[in-house]
Design a protein around this ligand. Structure first.
Ligand SMILES: [Zn+2]
Length: 134
């Protein structure tokens, strides 16, 4: 019975993102959070500026580019398709922020090798602190 229960639990969790750590945008990428905060205030979207700091980074973009700083903040598995997109934000690099149901869902950010490196560091589980710099 215990084994059956364990298998059922495993099935339930399949496909969900499981992470030991939680990554908050404001904590992990404070400079980017600062830029996004200012950029959203610039266009009169204080609601989104306030969200920036406690937005959770769930997954980095899986592509191989060394300059891609794209990341997901709301599981794309639950997207409803009702999205607002912000292209003209005053943020270094090429940016498009996708907002879904008032939440920042996906930050597309290109030409940002610095953010790329930080994302790799955050999501490379098992790397110890004395690993050489990426
Ligand atoms: Zn990418």
């Amino acid at each position: 019975m215990d084994a059956l229960l364990a298998r059922a639990r495993l099935r339930q969790s399949f496909g969900r993102v499981i992470s030991m750590d939680r990554f908050w945008l404001g904590e992990q990428l404070p400079e980017l959070a600062d830029d996004l905060d200012a950029a959203f205030r610039d266009i009169g979207r204080e609601d989104l500026a306030d969200c920036v700091w406690h937005t959770e980074i769930i997954e980095p973009c899986p592509c191989d580019s060394e300059t891609c700083g794209t990341f997901y903040t709301v599981s794309h598995r639950i997207w409803t398709g009702k999205v607002e997109r912000f292209f003209d934000l005053k943020v270094e690099g090429l940016i498009c922020v996708h907002v879904e149901n008032g939440q920042i869902a996906w930050v597309e950010l290109l030409n940002r090798p610095d953010i790329c490196k930080q994302l790799i560091r955050m999501f490379s589980y098992g790397l110890s602190d004395d690993e050489p710099d990426l």
